[in-house]
Design a protein around this ligand. Structure first.
Ligand code: NAD
Length: 472
């Protein structure tokens, strides 16, 4: 049964008919059933949405109006979180705890943070004889992936609206249903028509139309490195600003003086969060040679506690992967890693349940830094455990990928951990399981991206800088 049939885009403050009649089916990856449809947008739909966003864009929009838009969006979103959480459970298979926590509570905290940030940010400053003014950048094209459907939208739309921009949003075709619920909140919030627009569809048509549209001033993309490269090259033709949040292969560096038990347990939990479909996941665990066997035993025990199954069963800790394509990809990575000499500690590529795109929680040991598994983003519940001889080698291995998105360091000595953190080429690092900070800038070094999301740094991406020189 189709519980979520959506037939319209949201353009210029209203739900509108798409230009075509094709629809995209959305599949529940735990049951393999179709749970809804969304329209297959076209270049014409994008054009209409960009026109609405351009008409709504006012570079002089007042601070009071911007604050009001953010406050209304946040207030309308909050009561919808339980329904959005359930939809995310249905469209990507996130287990209950993940639905309620990282999939919805975290984006809510991020959304709320922009109220305070608007109060605290200086949009004008005097530099010598210049008045430096930070103005809204313009029309934003936001292209998001499926792994954290609400988070990805909030991380772009909230700072864009706070900055005074207008937005054309193109969510992932794999998980667009929860985004419709977000748009219902935006509609109820009563944002001025055209401030926020939604066009659903496939990347090569709708995504490329957004990235290439001359009426879009900034494209903010989150997704794979390969697609990010394509988006940036299309955007180059119209010299628009490009922000890219791309893939990762982050290292969890456990130093010889660390609390190994906690470091491994938290590390496994991080690697398997959301079935490993997290760009910032710590997918490589780096352990000192002297503690390698102990760490492998702990990792195996921790992984085997991940009950795989129905995302709506409270006992489930690991849901399916979001799609059959993802399941096949991840299987391939595990099979090739084993063929390449890695040792299977637990899990493996075999089917876990009769139905659904599940993969067993998998830990692989003896993974070499130059192997595919240590270099490529798997996007599944697959942890590579690697050993190192000294801190220098740990740093070298951690930095030995094309990515640089996140990571972790564990040590009894904070100063040693911070000194090591300075040597890792990555946009974010957690020491000893530090608490999540929704205002900490998030983004990539190297091929993990360009620009930052969240907090003051995220807001700044949506601002254009003007300097006005004043006479004596
Ligand atoms: P993807 O790159 O396939 O798709 C992302 C979005 O881009 C989707 O909306 C898709 O429809 C669209 N798209 C696809 N082809 C396009 C094209 N030619 N032009 C314009 N848009 C196009 O990624 P995905 O499979 O949805 O998500 C998984 C990837 O996203 C992983 O590599 C992951 O690391 C990355 N990711 C990064 C972050 C981050 O913040 N750095 C966060 C989440 C996911």
């Amino acid at each position: 049964m189709d519980q979520h049939d959506r037939t319209q885009h949201y353009i210029g403050g209203q739900w509108v008919q798409p230009s075509g009649t094709d629809r995209i089916a959305v599949v529940n990856p735990a049951t393999e059933q179709i749970i809804g449809h969304v329209p297959t947008g076209t270049v014409d739909d994008v054009d209409r949405a960009v026109t609405a966003a351009r008409n709504a864009f006012d570079p002089g929009v007042s601070m009071a109006e911007r604050r009001d838009r953010v406050a209304r969006l946040v207030a309308a979103l909050e009561p919808r979180l339980p329904d959005i959480a359930t939809t995310i459970g249905q469209e990507i298979g996130a287990p209950l705890k993940v639905q309620r926590g990282v999939q919805t509570a975290v984006p809510m905290a991020i959304a709320s943070s922009y109220r305070g940030l608007l109060e605290e940010t200086n949009f004008e400053e005097q530099v010598g004889n210049s008045l430096v003014i930070r103005e809204p950048y313009g029309v934003v094209g936001a292209i998001t992936p499926w792994n954290y459907p609400l988070y990805q939208v909030v991380a772009k739309v909230l700072p864009a609206v706070a900055a005074g921009c207008t937005v054309v949003l193109k969510p992932s075709e794999v998980a667009p249903l929860s985004v419709y619920q977000f748009m219902e909140a935006a509609h109820e919030a009563g944002l001025p028509p055209g401030v926020l627009n939604l066009v659903t569809g496939y990347g090569p048509e709708v995504g490329e139309a957004v990235a290439g549209h001359p009426g879009v001033d900034l494209v903010s993309f989150t997704g794979s490195t390969a697609t990010g490269r394509r988006v940036a090259s299309i955007a180059a033709d119209t010299i628009k600003k490009v922000c890219l949040e791309l893939g990762g292969k982050s290292a969890n560096i456990i130093l010889d003086d660390a609390d190994l038990d906690t470091a491994v347990k938290v590390g496994v939990g991080n690697a398997f969060l959301n079935s490993g479909q997290t760009c910032a996941a710590w997918t490589r665990m780096l352990v000192p040679e002297s503690r390698y066997d102990e760490a492998l035993l702990l990792a195996r025990q921790a992984a085997q506690r991940y009950t795989v199954g129905d995302p709506f069963d409270p006992a489930t800790r690991l849901g399916p992967l979001a799609s059959q394509t993802q399941q096949a990809r991840v299987r391939g990575y595990i099979e090739r890693a084993v063929a390449d000499g890695a040792r299977l500690v637990t899990g493996g590529p075999e089917p876990v349940l009769e139905r659904g795109y599940f993969i067993a929680p998998t830990v692989l040991a003896d993974v070499h830094s130059d192997s595919e598994l240590a270099q490529q983003e798997v996007f599944g519940p697959v942890l590579a455990v690697m050993s190192y001889r000294d801190d220098g080698e740990a740093v070298r291995i951690a930095n030995d990928t094309m990515y640089g998105l996140s990571g972790a360091i564990w040590s009894a000595d904070h100063r040693r951990a911070i000194a090591l953190a300075r040597r890792i080429q990555t946009g974010q690092l957690d020491i000893n399981g530090a608490p999540y900070n929704p205002r900490a800038p998030f983004g990539g070094y190297k091929k993990s991206g360009i620009g930052r999301e969240l907090g003051p740094a995220g807001l700044k991406e949506y601002l254009q800088t003007k300097s006005v020189q004043l006479p004596d």
